[in-house]
Design a protein around this ligand. Structure first.
Ligand code: AMP
Ligand code: GLY
Length: 418
């Protein structure tokens, strides 16, 4: 099979790394990819948002299957376009991807189908949203309705902070149209975890749980980022809790799709908080997580392409993939200043030395090749991923490898999985 993966992050490198191990895969392509994907696939310089360009690429290369990484390509309707043109593609259509691209749509879905989530109110009028702040209790969470690169959530400690967030989103348009509507919701507390489940429209296949570390700084301080590191398993979900998540989140989700006539074929990744009142869904993502995928692909022993095809063909029932019992840890190495402005073009050394341990794989994210040298080209640069018989062993190996890699301004959190 000839497979095209769309995207350029660590998630896409990890998917390609796994696909490359399949005896069923003959050719791999990536658009646009990074310096790491170039080692496994032919990179094509077509942006993930260039839908006509991607369609032309899939056609001219006679690709058998396209796997979509990023949320915005899904929200823009890449799956609808490919399906209309008779091309095989993995991911939900835009109508279903609204579960990620519109927080108010997701909230209504959850309320309608009894999926536990934070109490909330949705506003499209800034005057009404501001008025809501005068009677609310604090902290309060203000969320831009649309996609905002993971930055559209503000935890407001006071009325002033909530009002400022509403003004910035709804009037100042800091996230463009994504902030035309805001969802204001109750502040929850508890450990977070990431679920992943393939959904074929009627059945689901739950992956092992994982945990992201979203804040930029150790001790969960600093700004929210795309994710600074993951562990799998999360240590938050024991077998009884996993059963509960199936009953309270996954079953009503799949039933809700049928009730609403919403066709969903792809990966569902609910972000959860384990509150004192039980698990609650913070958000739905309609794609693989980044950097959750880096840890999960290290643990998947079965062929990924079989699972992806079963999802597209509505044949997930009976799929029973094998997972490595070992723990996985992914440490993100980011550019100095991330998630704020960063400098690009810093030469990266030590990747080979870091990869010498057979339990370590270094996934690329914001990297490009420049005159034969790997240089930085984005906020999150690399995901150093290790397996270990215990979480501690995986951490030790991942940090030992991460310390062998150097580039100017390199930043990482030392407490991933601590
Ligand atoms: P989201 O993009 O909705 O997952 O939100 C990003 C992060 O904001 C989450 O990972 C949480 O850490 C935090 N967050 C979101 N919603 C809430 C909430 N209702 N209560 C407390 N923290 C939240
Ligand atoms: N790691 C969080 C995300 O992919 O949205």
């Amino acid at each position: 099979m000839k497979i095209l993966v769309i995207g350029s992050g660590g998630r896409e490198h990890a998917l390609l790394w796994k696909l490359a191990q399949s005896p069923r895969v003959t050719n791999l392509l990536c658009a646009p990819g990074n310096a790491g994907t170039a080692e496994l696939a032919a990179n094509h310089p077509v942006a993930a948002g260039d839908l006509p360009g991607l369609l032309a690429l899939a056609r001219s290369e006679q690709v058998d299957l396209t796997i979509v990484g990023p949320d915005d390509s899904l929200a823009a309707g890449i799956v609808d376009l490919f399906q209309k043109e008779g091309l095989r593609v993995f991911g939900p259509v835009a109508a279903a991807a609204q579960l990620e691209s519109s927080k108010s749509f997701a909230k209504e879905f959850m309320v309608r189908h009894g999926i536990p989530t934070a109490g909330s109110a949705t506003f499209s009028n800034p005057v009404a949203a501001l008025a809501h702040c005068s009677t609310a209790s604090y902290p309060l969470v203000v969320k831009a309705d649309g996609l905002a690169l993971g930055k559209g959530v503000v935890i407001a400690q006071s009325r002033q902070e909530a009002e400022a967030a509403i003004r910035q989103m709804m009037i100042g348009k800091i996230f463009g149209d994504a902030g035309n509507t805001v969802v204001i919701e109750e502040f929850l507390t508890g450990p977070e975890c990431s679920l992943h489940a393939l959904i074929d429209g009627k059945d689901y296949l739950l992956f092992p749980d994982a945990k992201d570390h979203k804040r930029a700084l150790e001790g969960d301080h600093g700004q929210n980022t795309g994710g600074m590191g993951t562990i799998s398993p999360s240590r938050v979900v024991d077998p009884p809790m996993q059963e509960r998540l199936k009953q309270e989140v996954m079953e009503p989700f799949v039933k809700g799709l049928a009730a609403d006539n919403l066709p969903f074929q792809g990966m569902l990744f609910p972000g959860l908080m384990m509150t004192p009142c039980g698990p609650k869904v913070l958000e739905f993502n309609c794609r693989f997580g980044d950097p959750e995928t880096q840890s999960l692909m290290r643990r998947l022993k079965s062929d990924l392409i079989d699972l992806i095809e079963a999802t597209i063909d509505g044949k997930l029932a009976g799929s029973n993939p094998i997972w490595d019992e070992r723990a996985a840890v992914c440490i993100v190495l980011a550019s100095g200043g991330y998630p704020g402005p960063i400098e690009k073009g810093k030469v990266i050394t030590g990747i080979e030395k870091a990869s010498a341990d057979p339990d370590v794989v270094v996934f690329h994210a914001g990297t490009i090749l420049n005159d034969g040298q790997v240089v930085t080209s984005g906020g999150r640069v690399l995901g150093v991923t290790a397996l270990g018989y215990t979480l501690e062993e995986a951490r030790r190996k991942a940090y030992a490898a991460a310390d062998k890699i150097e580039f100017e301004g390199k930043q990482l959190r030392r407490d991933i999985g601590a």
